[in-house]
Ligand binder design. Structure first.
Ligand code: NI
Ligand code: MN
Length: 223
């Protein structure tokens, strides 16, 4: 499995056959070195919540590639008006997918969709544990520490993608706690330094555990 950090909370993941994007905020992402059109053959796009820095280029990419978008019901309803393929999922449930499956988790964060001056109900923000050909990847979206995280060690997570920027999400100190709760094999920090309000030093986080791998934007990690 290959995982590429695209800056912010955006990741590109290649499984045996699948090409997956999570929270593809690419074209307007000040950190991104890629453009959304660089991604071809995308099979699945996971969206954690309705904010622009997570929904990002979802519609554009799904229209071009025919990727299936996985998100909550309200976001799927909104996306469907753009004639893209969606699968709506609920917090607390597990779903089988061609490559394995996904468990949908609660995220302590709002999820409204802002389009110009209109605000659309974006349902409940969520996180995902994606089982990709037997490898478990945890993407919590934007969130504070949740009660559920304290029992995620039972999931045997391989790769945890953890926000460290604070303000809208957990900060470094909290990400260290979450790392201890879930005990994954590898941790990759995300959601930092995109904007001045979420500045954080990933190497300060890295000093807390040997499991932490800091990826430069565009860098690929092979698990
Ligand atoms: Ni957000
Ligand atoms: Mn965010």
């Amino acid at each position: 499995m290959k995982i590429q950090y695209l800056g912010h909370s955006a990741f590109y993941i290649e499984g045996k056959k699948e090409k997956i994007l999570i929270d593809p905020f690419i074209d307007e992402n000040p950190l991104s070195k890629k453009k959304s059109e660089d991604f071809t053959g995308i099979t699945h796009i996971f969206v954690t919540h309705g904010h622009f820095d997570h929904m990002g280029d979802t519609i554009k990419i799904a229209k071009r590639t025919g990727a299936l978008i996985i998100s909550n019901q309200e976001i799927c309803e909104y996306l469907k008006t753009s004639k893209v393929k969606t699968k709506s999922v609920n917090i607390g449930e597990k779903y089988d997918l061609e490559f394995g499956g996904v468990r949908v988790l609660f995220a302590d964060h709002p999820s409204e969709i802002v389009i110009g001056e209109n605000v659309i109900n974006g349902g409940l923000a969520c996180g995902y544990i994606i089982n990709l050909n037997g490898i478990k990847i945890y993407h919590p979206g934007d969130t504070n520490i949740t009660e559920e995280m304290k029992s995620l060690d039972k999931e045997n997570i391989d790769v945890a993608l953890l926000p460290i920027g604070g303000t809208y999400t957990i900060n470094i100190e909290e990400a260290i706690k979450v790392t201890n709760y879930i005990n994954p094999k590898v941790v990759i920090p995300m959601h930092y330094n995109t904007f001045s309000i979420i500045e954080a030093d990933p190497y300060e986080f890295k000093r807390s555990s040997e499991k932490i791998i800091v990826l430069d934007v565009g860098e690929i990690y092979e698990f």
